[in-house]
Design a protein around this ligand. Structure first.
Ligand SMILES: NC(=O)c1ccc[n+]([C@@H]2O[C@H](COP(=O)([O-])OP(=O)(O)OC[C@H]3O[C@@H](n4cnc5c(N)ncnc54)[C@H](O)[C@@H]3O)[C@@H](O)[C@H]2O)c1
Length: 394
């Protein structure tokens, strides 16, 4: 293995390391051996079917060598599969193996597998250890760090249709280790890579406000190498993004609304993005409807742009922030306009279902300058509409 970068999440006795590097998966061995010495005899591995078989084989062998009997469970991830039914299936599978309270769950996959496996770990026998092995760029830079776990919920509407509400059920459950083996990214397709870059850009747009002010400039300076997925640059990209997320999580583990500069800021683009992410016919490419639905990062990209334009309407934010975002999204090939959006009224209604909103007001994150965002508790409908109009294409 090349030298792995190590980032620590400072959370006292719930603190943990994140290892990032080529071949880093082999580093899981010492953790599994120490778990074995403490009485662990099994490992339940939740496997994303998109992960190349050689990673699954390698992880299984390492666990076996550490003295653990492996039980695998596979998931082919979609937002509809991130459901209560899949959660129940995983619980039934793990219970049938005789998995004890000291046995680890290992999540090997993208953010959907990580969120589901993490919530099984949070709730099975009131909590068992979980090791996150993220295999998409998005899950490496964001989803695997910070302990947010859960699944989506499908609820009936008055008109007989249903709505899929993102991440409505879940809990905070910190992993005991995160291993980001950047070799896993070789098999990731270009669209999934771009999706991960959206969360990196999100971090750039809050970076100054959370004490990582160099991140946005570093990404812009290295954008060609990032877009080409140059391995050393990607390792540094993951390390820089994870460092930002780790410090925000250390300051505010459970998204406390009273902490300014805390986890709420990581939701930049998400309240707008979640309103469009689960609309099945939306496509990131105006000329290709077969690409529907949006990936999470694509929805976040559009959501961030809508939030910038909404902030211009709400608070007179200089257009330069939104213009810089627009240009960055274009350069990496993320969407900036979308056809087939429902009416603003319907979108605002969808936003009010988002769990970041409160009973009678919509909470959003608006930029207040370059690299800085702030929480707005009661966003005005006219400003939100201006945001959606700016990304709307007929
Ligand atoms: N918990 C958090 O803090 C947090 C943060 C951000 C996003 N999320 C969640 O993460 C999810 C999105 O995660 P994602 O972008 O990783 O999507 P995903 O989990 O759907 O994975 C994307 C695709 O990549 C495939 N894949 C995974 N690893 C691969 C590999 N190495 N090579 C080839 N293909 C591979 C998967 O099979 C899937 O088809 C959303 O549900 C989102 O809500 C959670």
């Amino acid at each position: 293995m090349n030298a792995a970068s190590r980032v620590h999440v400072e959370l006292g006795d719930r603190g943990y390391d994140i290892l990032i590097g080529s071949g880093a998966i082999s580093e899981i061995q010492s953790q599994l051996k120490s778990m074995h010495q403490s009485g662990a005899r099994r490992a339940f591995i939740v496997i994303d079917t998109g992960v190349p078989a050689r990673f699954v084989d390698q992880l299984t062998k390492i666990a076996n060598d550490a003295g653990l009997q492996v039980s695998p469970a596979s998931i082919t991830p979609t937002e509809h599969i991130k459901s209560i039914e899949t959660y129940q299936r995983l619980l039934e599978q793990i219970a049938s193996t005789g998995h004890s309270r000291v046995d680890p769950i290992i999540a090997l996959g993208g953010g959907i597998v990580g969120d589901l496996a993490g919530f099984v770990a949070a709730s099975y026998r009131r909590g068992v250890p979980v090791i996150q092995c993220p295999t998409t760029l998005l899950s490496m830079v964001d989803a695997s760090v910070g302990g947010k776990t859960g699944f989506n919920l499908q609820i009936p509407n008055d008109d007989g249709s249903t709505s899929l509400l993102k991440n409505l059920v879940g809990g905070f459950w910190q992993p005991s280790l995160v291993i980001a083996d950047i070799d896993a990214l070789h098999s990731l397709d270009a669209r999934q890579r771009r999706s991960g870059l959206a969360e990196c850009i999100k971090h750039g747009f809050i970076s100054t406000g959370v004490g990582h002010g160099h991140l946005l400039d570093w990404m812009i300076e290295h954008l060609d190498a990032i877009a080409a997925f140059d391995p050393p640059t990607i390792q540094e990209l993951v390390q820089r993004n994870v460092s930002l997320k780790a410090s925000v999580v250390a300051l505010d583990e459970r998204e406390d609304t009273s902490i300014s500069g805390g986890r709420m800021l990581l939701n930049f683009g998400h309240t707008f993005g979640h309103a469009i992410e689960t609309i099945a016919h939306l496509t990131p490419d105006l000329t290709d409807p077969s690409l529907a639905p949006l990936h999470h990062g694509e929805a976040v990209a559009l959501g961030m742009l809508a939030a910038c334009r909404a902030a211009e309407h709400a608070s007179g934010l200089e257009t330069s922030t939104g213009d810089e975002l627009y240009s960055l999204l274009n350069r990496v090939g993320l969407p900036t306009r979308i056809a087939g959006l429902p009416s603003n009224e319907e979108l605002i209604e969808r936003m009010s279902h988002d769990k970041k909103s409160t009973a009678d007001s919509i909470r959003v994150i608006y930029p207040i300058g370059r690299g800085r965002c702030s929480v707005v508790d009661d966003a005005k409908a006219e400003s939100i509409s201006a945001g959606f109009d700016a990304i709307r294409s007929e």
